[in-house]
Design a protein around this ligand. Sequence first.
Ligand code: GLN
Length: 451
Amino acid sequence: TQQFVDAIEGARTLNAYVVETPEKALAMADASDAKLAKGEGGKLEGAPLGIKDLYCTKGVRTTACSSILGEFTPTYESTVTQNLWDEGAVMLGKLNMDEFAMGSSNETSRFGPVVNPWRRKGDNRDLTPGGSSGGSAAAVAGDLCLAATASDTGGSIRQPAAFTGTVGIKPTYGRASRYGMVAFASSLDQAGPISKTVEDSAILLEAMCSHDMKDSTSLNVETPDWRSDVSKGVKGMRIGIPKEYRMDGMSAEIDKLWEQGIEWLKVAGAEIVDISLPHTKYALPAYYIVAPAEASSNLARYDGMRYGARVDGDNLTATYEGTRAGGFGAEVQRRLMIGTYVLSSGYYDAYYLRAQKVRTKILNDFVDAFDSCDAILTPTCPSPAFAFGEKSGDPVEMYLNDVFTVTANLAGLPGISVPAGLSDSGLPLGLQVIGKALDEAACFRVGGELE
Ligand code: GLN
């Protein structure tokens, strides 16, 4: 813990942490030492973790990196972080992220962007770590924590993991409780870890997941022993390769990475099967209707009365308007406008309802495909990490980065990203494994083989 506390202090230029809690960390570490000396302790006893600033942490400022939450300090703990502390984990601090988890580059945070510890060969420009869990991914890759919590609404665990050479898994929707996680799009949001190894992710995810009466969408299912799956191998598994993910204009290096992954699994005894997910091309447009719609509803609570910052006006409406105009950043305001528009009467049927129907078709595509395979292999992202400003000027260009990840959220399925090679420019690239509902075990088996 002391080593990480020192490392965090020495690496503030990365801007990975937005709150550092060294005293708390050292006190928790001492308590862990005492437990371990007595031969007691949980599965994570003494493990120093970073926590994405989207998890409410009792007594520690939590703002989802939005100005509208001001200095908000929760009086309660999220279920996921409570589960981690119950197993003996140690909190190093809160990690930077895109504002309200909206973004793919960590450039929308109120605290400024996070720097990816990686650089392109022969090019010293700072790169984004991806988003929205950019702080989590950079902290893990930069050795500023053993592992971190993250969250994934459309790829925010898997894409930053791919951009930083780390492992990240989003479990099946409902595995982890959303209680105490700042909401973005409630039907898509899921908690998960980012770590250095597949085994670490298995250990952490086991600790994070639980049935929780405080979240009505939490599943009442047992959490399996995923750690033992990591080394089981893939012999006899059928791995589906969806032809629709071979997008027009896919770069040669991403194609090569995918082929390499297929080859590794074949050699390890898996059977490779061609599958079709015919509605894939509608996933991104459907996501960028459903997610903003839910966000516009969830973020209605930030009115200057209940939490955080307030800009006082002459009357109630002026106070609402001043607070929301001043407190939300540009990307969040864009999403709120899109979301409000697609939910408004007259447009609801044309956009929101249609997007929900597309969502069902995407889920059914997966259900059909899983008749002939046990897991699906795809690239995690269409490109390696990009430089600051490279995509932030064009929202559509930024949204296109999520093309391979949003499908798992729309269908509620588990997905892992595992580092699988380097780009021509020397940057890490990730492969994604999508499993059936509640079959994280398949993700860990295939992920463990690819690692
Ligand atoms: N990049 C996606 C978005 O901006 C996903 C974000 C996320 O998973 N939280 O909505």
